[in-house]
Structure formats: C-alpha cells, structure tokens
Design a protein around this ligand. Structure first.
Ligand SMILES: C[S@@+](CC[C@H](N)C(=O)[O-])C[C@H]1O[C@@H](n2cnc3c(N)ncnc32)[C@H](O)[C@@H]1O
Length: 267
C-alpha cells in the first residue's frame, strides 16, 4: 500500500470532491448508495442489523459483488489468495477452522475441499449470503465434506466449544465493522482457540485519522487493533508478509498468550 493511500481520509469532503472529479461516472451510483444506506440506518440503528440489510440488498443483485468481487475471476483470485496464505502458514487437513463472515464461500469452498470432513465452520450475519454459500457448496460438489454454516447475530461465539479451533479467520469482515464489534470478537475468540491456534483478520489500514464511509467501510490504525487484542490478554502482531499480496487490506494475527503447544489432533 502506498504511503499516500495510508494517509487518505475517505470521509473528508476534499477527498470526496477530488474523487468525484476524477470519476464522474461514479457520482450517481454513489449518491444512490448514500441514500439507500441512510434509509437502512434509520430502519436498523444497530450496526449488525444495518449491515445485514446492506448485504441483503447487495446479494439480491450479485452475491459475488456483495462480498467485494466485481468479477468471477476476482472472486476466484481472492479466495485463492486466502487459501494459499493459510496453507503456507501451516494449515493442515486435520485442523479445525472457524471462518467468521464466511460470505458465499469465496475462500470457504477451497478450505472445505482441503480440510477433513466436518472441520470447516463458517458463520455470517447475512441469511442471504449463506443461501448463496450453499449454492457454492453445491457447485463444487462438496456436500460430503459436511461443513457447518451458521447464521449469527453477534460475535460472542457462545455457541462454540472451548479450545476447539486451530485457525480462526475473518477476511474483509473487520473492514466493515465498528470498533465495538471487533472488541466483542477479540473478547471471546481466545476461549475457542485450541492450544497453538491463531486468529487472522484483515482490516482497512490508515496511518492517518481513523474514519468510516457510510458505516460500510471502517479504517483503523494498526496500533488501535493491536492494543485492543492485548487488552483481552491476546498476543497480536502485524503480518508483514501479507502486505506483498495484491489486496488492499492488512492483516493481524492473534494468539492466546501462554498457549503455544503444538497442534496435533492425530495424537
Ligand atoms: C466482504 S465479505 C467477505 C466474505 C468472506 N470472508 C470472503 O472473503 O469472501 C464480508 C462478510 O462478512 C459478513 N459480516 C459482516 N459483519 C459481520 C459480523 N459482525 N459477524 C459475522 N459476519 C459478518 C458479511 O455478511 C459478509 O458476508
């Protein structure tokens, strides 16, 4: 990411005007989205309800675009990028994985295919995108892998067992989340992590002022999120090796402190 883009404040009027001048064709769609989102925010004051409504509207048009991919090629590439990164970082078929905000299984289908039967657990706040996830599962003929796909309303993770997951993953989820949603997740994720397990999440990074756009996109400083994780007794580090991937977001990895035993479910 360029130093200039890390300092950009997309919520500022100057940025919006300059962007509009450079991209006149995007003005009308942006105004339409602004009006729709304003209406949805009035109807749904709680963030998760609001974002669920945004997903319902977006997924009705195009589920792949709803998870952020403007073409099927990009959808495939973004899934592959997530899969390659985790396998390079030691993900094995025997591991148990929780995919927070799994969307329509852009990466999920690859994890389901790779992991042993029943070892993939996807959760999402959007029933519409989970219906699309089931279609992806059918397209790739992965029924026999029996993944869990569950609708959730919060990130307390209270319905999941202690010390169960070797890898917890949230890709392009905190980039759509206000700080209280991230705080809730970090407060509870340590409980469900297996010994030696880790939680990777991506975020939209700024090195300037933290800001949000339409309450759809949230930009955080790395230090804010590292501090938040540490407040909940977790060890957290910025993943420098993710930066070289062609993805606009950054990544943080979180571990349970004093919880670094080797993961071996075969023992
Ligand atoms: C940009 S999409 C990414 C989907 C998937 N992780 C991927 O990379 O293809 C974000 C997803 O996170 C879900 N989401 C947003 N906020 C969430 C939350 N607080 N808890 C669970 N899922 C959430 C959305 O419904 C959406 O499916």
């Amino acid at each position: 990411m360029s130093p200039k883009s890390l300092l950009r404040n997309r919520a500022s009027l100057t940025h919006k005007l300059a962007y509009a001048i450079r991209n006149p064709a995007r003005i009308t769609p942006y105004l339409r989205r602004t009006a729709r989102d304003a209406w949805l925010r009035v109807k749904h004051p709680r963030h998760v309800d609001y974002y669920r409504a945004v997903m319902a509207s977006d997924a009705a048009r195009n589920p792949e675009a709803a998870v952020g991919s403007q073409s099927h090629e990009r959808w495939l590439a973004l899934g592959e990028m997530q899969f390659d990164y985790l396998t390079e970082h030691g993900l094995k078929p025997v591991h148990r994985m929780l995919d927070i905000g799994c969307g329509n299984l852009r990466a999920g289908w690859r994890f389901i295919d790779y992991l042993d039967t029943g070892n993939y657990y996807g959760i999402d706040i959007s029933p519409d995108i989970l219906i699309s996830a089931k279609k992806t599962l059918t397209t790739y003929e992965l029924q026999a892998k029996l993944p869990h796909l569950t609708l959730t309303h919060d990130l307390t993770l209270d319905f999941l067992p202690d010390g169960h997951f070797d890898v917890v993953h949230a890709h392009s989820v905190f980039s759509h989340s206000p700080i209280e949603v991230i705080d809730e997740c970090l407060a509870h994720v340590g409980r469900i992590l297996a010994p030696g397990g880790f939680f990777d999440f991506t975020f939209d990074r700024t090195e300037g002022a933290e800001h949000q756009v339409l309450r759809e996109d949230f930009y955080y400083r790395t230090e804010t999120l590292l501090r938040l994780a540490r407040k909940h007794g977790l060890e957290a580090r910025f993943m420098e090796d993710w930066e070289k991937r062609p993805h606009g977001q950054s990544k943080i990895r979180v571990n349970n402190v004093n919880n670094f035993d080797h993961v071996d479910h075969t023992a």
